[in-house]
Design a protein around this ligand. Structure first.
Ligand code: C2E
Ligand code: CA
Ligand code: CA
Length: 651
């Protein structure tokens, strides 16, 4: 709102009001544009009047007064010209305005006194010039002092006061007429001036409001509303600023990314309100750790970014980041319950890990990924070893891009064994790539490289067509299990192409199982669900692969039309312990309750096979039954179908 008391105070002449207001600086700026002209006008008018009355009035009045006042006016004009009004502080501007008002009063008195003294001399034309001098000068003052109304009022009051008294007492009707006329014009002009000044005050106020609004908007645009921390945009702007700063003096800085572990299950299990509570508490704890040299932002979801200026030694910065992890691992109260998330961090140091924002962020992200894979709850510092792995990954990506995939890719098949019939009922197709430059590359590595490089769509379809062609050569009672990448289900085109390939292969869809991992479902659950329903409608079976390694597999099992669950091979290692048996037992119970087939992966020993039989697990897969093998070996194996020797011993 407009602060009228101040402007009114000004209009009313209470100069001392509102010394701290920014309007005074704007007044000074506007005055600077007018006052030099006012002084020039005064100089010309004074010179002209002196000249007119030269020889008529005493030389002191016609020469000395202009001779002193004109240089004085010139000096003041130059002073105003050279003033840097924009740079003035409010206090300074206020002081200058006060001086201006005082000086205006003195000059008004001096000039009108001088004019009145001159009006004693000469005839009618000379006196008319004096009257014109006074009238013109006062009008000019009102114009030029629009932005300092008090000065305009003071001038008008003094000049008109003296002039009116002198005219009205002169008994000449012409001068009385002039006096009344000038008085009338000035009153109208003062009114106009007051209106203009009020408009000016409102304008300045509106500008101030607009600026405050813009500042608030800028603050909001850089703040995350849930946690109150700076947001992703702020983080990257600050990062760019830090990089630019390093050009001037390279003090180094650290970029860390933190990600809450187990946040998704908390959100899924306790609901979004609990999730938000965890995030805002996380924000609060992080805000406590930020300082002049530590900027912390929420990057999105459960990910937070930290920029540390002049971070000290590697050990020091890692210790600081571990402290952040530890602070975020403290339990959070949500209503009646306490939940606790883990937190892992990835750390990249400038300039060692890179000199650009993208390079640093990618490397911290990479280190974070490794912290999550390996040392959860700690901060991983991006190292030379990581750099080597990235190089190797890039090499795989490059080789894959230039590969003749149709010629270099093949499939090996691993038998899946039915413990009730002691027969191989299915085979899982596993991709094999022999690159002319890199040699044998493990499938997890080239599948991941194809996903990163956007080549997975083509690769999946190529492998699927090969597998379907191979399946046509298998006995009809043997099914084919095929792995889909997590990216495949997220792409409707890929899903349509998969459906078309299966339809076109002539293989009965019921013989085909598609294996999906939990990551495939998590990438875009809605799309994955749609795709699975479509595939299922065709008659294809769906298996959830690597079951038990994710966090929320259980919540998906009953929401999707699944047929099988493949129990991850990591459980097989513990099958000789009570705990391991218990976990596998409960997964198998779950399968039974939901009418799903359980497939135990990674069966390597007769003891493990025997345990699976005892637990009632119908299907098993692993090196004991047979390692993945090329198609001819598989055909030979199926031709001489007999239970493996080891199995016969244990059965
Ligand atoms: P997966 O789907 O879990 O495949 C099973 C992996 O376990 C295979 O590794 C297999 O060789 C290995 N394995 C089988 N029996 C045993 C055992 O008794 N003990 C041990 N320790 N391991 C055993 P492989 O062939 O290296 O494949 C690794 C992963 O690569 C696969 O895991 C799968 O996720 C992915 N993959 C393989 N082929 C394809 C494919 O055609 N498409 C896609 N999208 N992914 C594939
Ligand atoms: Ca699999
Ligand atoms: Ca698996």
């Amino acid at each position: 709102m407009i602060r009228l008391p101040f402007s009114r105070a000004f209009l009313n002449g209470a100069v001392a009001a509102g010394g701290g207001d920014r309007i005074v600086v704007r007044q000074l700026v506007e005055l600077q544009k007018q006052i030099p002209s006012l002084y020039l006008l005064l100089m010309v008018n004074a010179g002209a009047l002196g000249f007119s009355l030269h020889g008529v009035a005493p030389v002191e009045l016609t020469v000395w007064v202009p001779g002193i006042s004109i240089p004085f006016c010139l000096l003041r004009a130059v002073h105003w010209w050279r003033l840097s009004a924009h740079a003035a502080t409010e206090a300074e501007a206020f002081r200058r305005l006060r001086v201006t008002i005082a000086l205006t009063a003195i000059l008004a008195l001096a000039f009108v006194g001088w004019a009145m003294a001159l009006s004693q001399y000469g005839g009618a034309p000379e006196q008319a010039h004096v009257a014109i001098f006074v009238a013109i000068t006062v009008v000019a003052c009102i114009f030029c002092l629009t932005h300092l109304p008090v000065a305009a009022f003071v001038t008008t009051f003094i000049v008109l006061g003296v002039f009116q008294v002198s005219c009205l007492t002169s008994t000449s009707p012409v001068f009385i007429g002039i006096a009344l006329n000038v008085a009338f014009v000035t009153v109208v002009m003062i009114r106009v001036l007051a209106g203009n000044f009020l408009t000016f005050v409102r304008l300045v106020e509106a500008e101030g409001q607009a600026q405050r609004l813009a500042e608030e908007n800028a603050r909001l645009a850089h703040t995350d509303s849930l946690t109150g921390l700076p947001n992703r945009r702020f983080f990257f702007q600050h990062l760019d600023a830090l990089i630019a700063e390093q050009d001037r003096h390279e003090t180094g800085f650290a970029l860390a990314i933190f990600d809450l572990d187990r946040f998704k299950p908390i959100n899924d299990t306790y609901g979004h309100i609990a999730g938000d509570r965890v995030l805002s508490e996380t924000g609060r704890r992080l805000a406590e750790l930020s300082s002049d040299s530590v900027a912390i932002a929420r990057l999105g979801g459960d990910e937070f970014g930290v920029l540390i200026r002049a971070p000290g030694s590697d050990a020091e910065v890692v210790a600081f980041c571990d402290r952040i992890c530890a602070a975020l691992q403290e339990p959070v109260r949500c209503g009646g319950t306490q939940v606790s998330t883990g937190c892992s961090g990835g750390l990249a140091l400038y300039p060692r890990a890179g000199r650009t924002a993208d390079a640093l962020f990618d490397r911290a992200d990479y280190a974070l990924y490794h912290a999550k894979e390996g040392e959860r709850g700690r901060t991983a510092l991006f190292s030379q070893a990581h750099e080597d792995v990235i190089r190797a990954e890039r090499a795989v990506e490059t080789a894959l891009r230039s590969a003749d995939l149709a010629a270099e890719m093949e499939l090996h098949y691993q038998p899946i064994f039915d413990t009730r019939t002691d027969a191989i009922v299915m085979v899982e197709g596993l991709a094999r790539w022999t690159s002319p430059t890199l040699g044998r590359v493990p499938p997890d590595r080239f599948i991941a490289a194809a996903e990163r490089g956007g080549m997975i769509h083509g690769l999946t379809l190529l492998l699927l067509r090969k597998a379907l062609a191979d399946a046509a050569r298998l006995p009809p009672e043997v099914g084919l299990s095929f792995n889909l990448s997590s990216h495949d289900l997220a792409s409707p085109e890929t899903v349509l192409a998969i459906l078309a390939a299966i339809r076109g292969s002539g293989i009965a869809p019921a013989r085909i199982t598609l294996e999906l991992t939990e990551t495939a479902l998590m990438l875009d659950f809605g799309r994955a669900q749609e795709a699975i329903i479509g595939l299922h409608a065709l008659g294809v079976k769906i298996a959830l692969d690597d079951f038990g390694t994710g966090y929320s597999s259980l919540s998906y099992v009953h929401r999707l039309p699944l047929d099988k669950v493949k129990i991850d091979r990591s459980f097989m290692a513990d099958i000789d312990t009570d705990l391991g048996r218990g976990v596998v037992g409960s997964i198998l119970d779950l399968c039974q309750n939901l009418g799903l087939d359980g497939v135990a992966e990674g069966v390597e020993t007769p003891e493990q096979l025997a345990a699976m039989r005892r637990q009632g697990c119908r299907y098993v897969q692993g090196y004991l039954i047979g390692a993945p093998m090329p198609l001819p070996a598989l055909l030979a194996r199926l031709g001489s179908e007999a239970p493996p020797a080891a199995d016969r011993r244990s059965a």
